[in-house]
Design a protein around this ligand. Structure first.
Ligand SMILES: [Zn+2]
Length: 165
């Protein structure tokens, strides 16, 4: 084999590990989609882990990262939808993807905060945004116990406008 051929083999080496064809988030069955937005899908997660409700908002395209504006839009949509889907509970949370099984496709998972859920220990170790359905407050919680309030509305807008949408 000539050097040139070897070079071609390298160039053509497949990078199929996280290709959309094998990405579970790119292949969610239509019937599992709860709400379809212009750029997003809201689905119920396949594994509920003992929660009464557990949702995922994902981008329609196989993208790993998003610009700040898109992230803000995603959180707003998830919070708006969550206020309905999690109306049975006082507090629920949106989780940072530190334990995400599909890190190559942008998504955020939200669930209630049932202490008896299978993943409650993991929840405590995950940076999360907790939404209080009663007074509409949002607080960011970090695994080291730090809590930051939402008096400035963080990056998600202020005064829960999704309630009025
Ligand atoms: Zn994907």
């Amino acid at each position: 084999m000539s050097n040139e051929e070897q070079e071609n083999r390298k160039v053509n080496a497949p990078e199929t590990i996280v290709a959309p064809q094998v990405c579970s988030l790119c292949n969610i069955p239509e019937q599992e989609v709860l709400v379809e937005y212009q750029r997003w899908k809201l689905v119920r997660t396949k594994t509920m882990k003992g929660h009464k409700e557990r949702l995922m908002l994902l981008h329609k395209n196989h993208v790993r990262t998003l610009d700040e504006g898109s992230v803000g839009e995603a959180y707003l949509l998830l919070m708006k939808a969550g206020s309905n889907f999690f109306s049975y509970t006082d507090k629920w949370a949106i989780f940072e993807p530190v334990y995400a099984t599909v890190p190559g496709h942008w998504h955020r998972v939200a669930s209630d905060l049932d202490e008896n859920a299978q993943d409650y220990n993991q929840i405590l170790k995950t940076p999360r945004m907790i939404i209080d359905n009663h007074n509409g407050t949002i607080s960011r919680v970090y695994p080291n116990g730090n809590v930051s309030g939402s008096s400035n509305g963080a990056s998600v807008g202020k005064r829960r406008p999704w309630r009025d949408l």
